[in-house]
Design a binder for this molecule. Structure first.
Ligand code: WT7
Length: 588
């Protein structure tokens, strides 16, 4: 709901009021973000076209920094226009409401055009990790049954082209930066040429319940599971960004997440634009000097990153941080894994602003528990945001019981009524209903709540590995390596790591005819990197004569984990470079 006359400030126009107030609730946000009349709720309207309709189309939406720091800027009106043209292209290729469109473009302007173009035709945006290898990409494309893929020509050529015959659902490929080769030989289309030739299409009036985006997360089987979200996620994403970061339209917001991660969809694409901000998009990989430079030179006011990134910046020392100390930041925050108090202290010193840990999951679709400015406790996840009810519970198959005492460890459960709560799982072995008991969503995280009501992360209740904030299913890594003829049995577990928190390491027993040794180890590590990609590939391989098993024959991960912690170097040099001590600030 946008006030019709010219009086209100831009902040007031964007959200109906100017201040971040606890009274801001889901209902209010839902009204502000919906289309006029019966135009429904569509993320593209809520985050982009709503601003254009209210006369704010000229405001900056995106500043994108290329690998050589080439700058590209897009206003809200330009983003509205390009995404409406893409919507027409998609419709012309048979994409309608509920159809899946996979996107593999890395962080770029085209990613925004692709996502909002999908939402305009009611399609489901399915972004993929560019760091994944051909194997994991193929299984995600199969699972989503994507009809269309939008990719950079380079990523397509390297990771998908050879698998195209095995992907029968994939009908159309649109390539960004096409140099013609793939367009000629592979029947792919040039993304920009197609958009330029199209007329803008109107936004489909979707309902809040209609599916909008699909992210993949790690399951308890060898295949990933798809987590589906609906258009109403924008309500929670827009609102939580105001509650935690205090976003106003004059903010310059930079979220460093990869598009394959829901953090990018929720807080690089949707939340900042729904709040009328300008987003910074860095197309390049992590580089501490570049990152400090971006924060300072692009006058970033709110920064959302991961604990691993901060620990990497710590490694580069205080002198570098000090050189960039003059910045425009108001607040910085992280997600994905616990933010240790040392990193909070470092971040606050290096950046000169509060550094807040936030907790959420692919399934919750938006931040649920967070430290907020003025109410932060370093090392904790913070407190549930207004509107979120969280409990520490124990459970059996059909009921949950809250644990009574402060500081007692239990599973974190959330009331299931968040507007951004996922609406379905896709994929084998992923049971949506089993995630809920009595109106509570069960997170699979073990936590404790202290006497002040702050939540503290204790660990995962399952075997998931948390590496550089990614959630890695050991099963997917194991299945990838089982394809190598030498591997008879394999168990993958997380080994503690100072920088990445955990790294996947593999224990392998060999088939007859293969000899454990350095040559085979290198071969297997290379094989894993090629097929799984750098994120999922194990960092270490240990050969064992036999696997520790339960009486029912399941691999005993606990025993492997103990081995990974206790005997890291028993058969070779560790491949992880030890973390350097952080540089100290002068006044320490
Ligand atoms: C898992 C979810 C949605 C972006 C996050 C990654 C862990 C997340 C924190 C935190 C400790 C955290 C949990 C959670 N996690 N944030 N602040 N402190 N652990 O999404 O891949 O679905 O992973 O990440 O274990 O369950 P995801």
């Amino acid at each position: 709901m946008v006030p019709p006359n010219s009086g209100p400030t831009i902040a007031e126009q964007c959200f109906g009021d100017a201040t971040v107030s606890p009274e801001l609730d889901w209902t209010h946000a839902r009204q502000s973000l919906s289309g006029p009349g019966n135009a429904g709720m569509n993320i593209a309207y809520a985050a982009v076209d709503r601003h254009v309709a209210a006369g704010r189309g000229g405001r900056p939406a995106i500043l994108s920094l290329g690998r050589r720091y080439e700058k590209r800027r897009l206003s809200y009106a330009q983003l509205a226009d390009l995404s409406a043209r893409l919507a027409a292209v998609l419709a012309a290729h048979g994409v309608g409401a509920g159809d899946k469109v996979a996107v593999l473009t890395g962080r770029s302007v085209e990613l925004y055009v692709a996502a909002f173009g999908c939402w305009k035709v009611g399609a489901v945006y399915c972004p993929l990790f560019s760091a994944f290898g051909p194997g994991p990409l193929k299984s995600r494309l199969e699972l989503s049954r994507a009809k269309v893929l939008i990719a950079t020509e380079e990523l397509y050529r390297r990771k998908i082209a050879a698998q195209r015959p095995a992907l029968p659902d994939l009908q159309t490929v649109l390539l960004v930066g096409a140099d013609g080769e793939m367009v000629e030989t592979d029947g792919a289309l040039d993304f920009n040429a197609a958009i330029n030739a199209a007329q803008p299409a109107p936004i489909l009036a979707t309902t809040p319940e209609m599916p909008a985006f699909l992210h993949f997360t790690s399951g308890t089987t060898g295949t990933p599971k798809g987590v589906l979200h609906s258009h109403s996620a924008v309500v929670a994403e827009a609102l939580t960004a105001r509650q935690v970061f205090g976003l106003v339209p004059d903010d310059v917001f930079w979220c460093t997440a990869d598009p394959g991660w829901i953090t990018n969809t929720a807080y690089a694409l949707i939340a900042p634009l729904a709040n009328g901000c300008q987003v910074v998009v860095d197309e390049d990989d992590f580089d501490p000097r570049r990152w400090y430079g971006i924060l300072k030179d692009e006058k970033v006011t709110v920064w959302y990153t991961t604990p691993t990134n901060i620990r990497m910046m710590m490694r580069y020392g205080a002198a570098l941080a000090r050189a960039y100390k003059e910045n425009s930041l108001r607040v910085a925050a992280s997600v994905g894994e616990p933010l240790n108090p040392e990193a909070v202290a470092w971040g606050e010193k290096a950046l000169g602003v509060p550094f807040l840990d936030t907790w959420w999951q692919t399934e919750t679709g938006a931040i649920a528990i967070a430290n907020c400015p003025g109410k932060a406790k370093a090392g904790s996840m913070g407190m549930p945001l207004p509107g979120v009810e969280a409990a520490v519970i124990s459970r059996d198959l059909s009921s949950v019981t809250p644990v009574g005492r402060a500081d007692e460890v239990g599973e974190l459960a959330l009331r299931a009524d968040l507007p951004s709560m996922f609406t379905a799982y896709m994929g084998e072995g992923a049971n949506y209903d089993l995630s809920f008991i009595d109106g509570w969503y069960l997170t699979g995280d073990l936590v404790r709540r202290d006497a002040d009501g702050c939540f503290w992360f204790v660990g995962r209740a399952d075997d998931m590995i948390k590496s550089a904030s990614h959630t890695i299913g050991p099963f997917e890594v194991e299945c990838g390596l089982m394809d190598h003829p030498a591997v008879a049995e394999i168990g993958v577990v997380g080994k503690p790591d100072l920088l990445l928190r955990e790294v996947p390491v593999a224990f392998i027993s060999l088939n007859p005819g293969f000899e454990a040794g350095e040559a085979l180890r290198v071969e297997l590590l290379t094989f894993a990197r090629q097929c799984l990609g750098g994120t999922l590939a194990p960092r270490e391989i240990h050969f064992v004569d036999s696997m520790p098993k339960t009486t029912t024959g399941k691999i005993l991960r606990r025993a492997l984990k103990a081995k990974a912690v206790a005997e890291p170097e028993e058969d070779g040099e560790p491949l992880i470079v030890p973390v350097m001590a952080p540089g100290r600030f002068d006044d320490e």
